[in-house]
Design a protein around this ligand. Structure first.
Ligand SMILES: Cc1cc2nc3c(=O)[nH]c(=O)nc-3n(C[C@H](O)[C@H](O)[C@H](O)COP(=O)(O)OP(=O)(O)OC[C@H]3O[C@@H](n4cnc5c(N)ncnc54)[C@H](O)[C@@H]3O)c2cc1C
Length: 401
């Protein structure tokens, strides 16, 4: 039997579910199609995939009723950020008070966010979840899109949204070209135990081969690491046994928190910049990693994606208020312009940061260290950097205010 929806969202990750939830009071009917069943449990040891969630994303998750569904005892606020370069005098130190903030952000396991969103949508009257399901076929008609799922179920939609991650099926099926660049970095992620407490601080050291971040978790001696290194070096590090890896890690981190031991499994993720040429076209829109991926060195990827979800929900609501067909490209253009501008700015900022810290020449290093010192001693500049880190700058979607 054919089922008709106004909006079909492919992908029930953090961004897809947030978009569905943001429209919970809307008169439209929504389907979410997710290919993988979500493990409904959080384990004693934190997952190795976590996100630094900024204030704008926190506002959004609060406004859609998902923040209160988080396992709050596992949500770790951080009040300070410490950034330095290996073997140098340059150092940057931020604290929440400088920005008149209660905290700089929160470190949260991705699964905690996904589970909170799943709980929020569970009672949502205008939503149907198809999981685990994939789309087998998609055809674009003039008045609607036609989808067939892998169990033969047929659906129609006014608008199909790709929230299906970096390898987006919808993006390639819709023929949307992708600009991409290999960052020549692989990120090793793991949960680690440190001898000293993390002091509710996010730490990042810039090393010649890439940045290494320690993000504080809900246990004062546990942190989540993101260690970016060249593909060859990452391969070598992954091949080490735990004991040798721990030694390398402790040294690489300048022994800042004493002896460090990896807990649980390490994983390695290749890092690629991706930018879809179109964020919208006839009956299609992209959000989150389906539209763009960036280097994790500033922890902004999902924050950018959540703002896409908030912005698209706002655009859809405004189109409905005006009596427009929500799937027509002219009515999606403002969303596309808005979010492309933000994504381009973020990609450029990541590039500048990565390049800025990559030169090994002593003179480059000296200039960089002076720059870091200068920024550290300029309160106004630090306040502006902090405002950017909170995400409360630029054109904010209403749901993120
Ligand atoms: C090492 C690392 C560290 C990071 N740290 C941070 C950080 O600190 N802060 C931050 O803001 N960001 C961070 N990011 C980025 C962040 O993880 C991503 O931006 C975010 O996970 C993207 O969410 P998404 O919902 O768009 O995509 P995904 O999380 O990839 O979700 C996509 C969903 O779609 C489903 N799916 C895939 N294909 C299909 C299909 N064909 N049909 C149906 N469903 C499908 C998948 O199962 C999945 O559930 C980091 C990234 C990396 C690699």
């Amino acid at each position: 039997m054919m089922r008709s929806f106004d909006l079909v969202i492919l992908g029930g990750g953090m961004v897809g579910l947030a978009l569905a939830r943001a429209l919970h009071n809307s008169p439209i009917s929504i389907a979410v199609i997710e290919s993988r069943e979500l493990d409904p449990q959080l384990y004693a040891l934190a997952d190795n995939r976590v996100s630094a969630i900024n204030r704008a994303s926190q506002n959004f998750l609060t406004n859609i009723g998902a923040w209160s569904q988080l396992a709050l005892s596992r949500v770790q606020p951080y009040h300070q950020m410490q950034v330095w370069e290996q073997d140098s005098f340059g150092e940057l130190h931020f604290n929440a008070q400088q920005g008149k903030l209660s905290e700089l952000g929160h470190i949260i396991e991705n699964r905690n966010i996904q589970l909170a969103l799943s709980q929020s949508i569970a009672q949502q009257a205008n939503l149907t979840l198809f999981c685990p399901r994939r789309v087998a076929q998609l055809a674009m008609g003039e008045g609607e899109a036609w989808l067939t799922l892998d169990n033969g179920q047929a659906l129609t939609a006014k608008l199909v949204v790709g929230a299906d991650g970096a390898q987006s099926w919808l993006r390639s099926h819709a023929g949307i070209p992708l600009t991409s660049r290999d960052y020549q970095h692989h990120a090793i992620v793991a949960t680690v135990e440190t001898q000293a407490s993390h002091q509710q601080t996010a730490w990042q050291i810039f090393r010649p081969d890439g940045p290494l971040a320690f993000l504080p978790l809900f246990n004062a001696h546990h942190s989540s690491i993101v260690w970016s290194a060249s593909p060859e070096q990452a391969k070598d590090l992954m091949a080490l046994d735990d004991e040798s890896f721990n030694r390398q890690l402790t040294m690489a981190f300048d022994n800042k928190l004493g002896l460090t031991q990896v807990l649980g499994k390490r994983a390695c993720v290749p890092l690629t910049m991706r930018f879809a040429r179109d964020f919208a076209k006839h009956r299609v829109a992209l959000v989150g990693d389906a539209a763009h991926t960036i280097h994790p060195l500033a922890g902004q990827g999902v924050n950018l994606g959540l703002m896409d979800a908030a912005a698209l929900a706002q655009t859809i609501s405004e189109n409905l208020d005006s009596g427009f067909d929500i799937g027509l490209y002219p009515h999606l253009r403002s969303y596309e312009r808005w979010r492309k501008t933000q994504a381009v700015e973020m990609i450029a900022a990541m590039e500048a940061l990565k390049q800025g810290f990559s030169g090994k020449h002593p003179l480059q290093k000296f200039v960089r260290d002076i720059g870091l010192k200068l920024v550290d001693n300029t309160p106004l500049l630090k306040q502006r950097l902090l405002a950017h880190a909170t995400g409360l700058v630029g054109e904010l979607p209403k749901l993120a205010r």
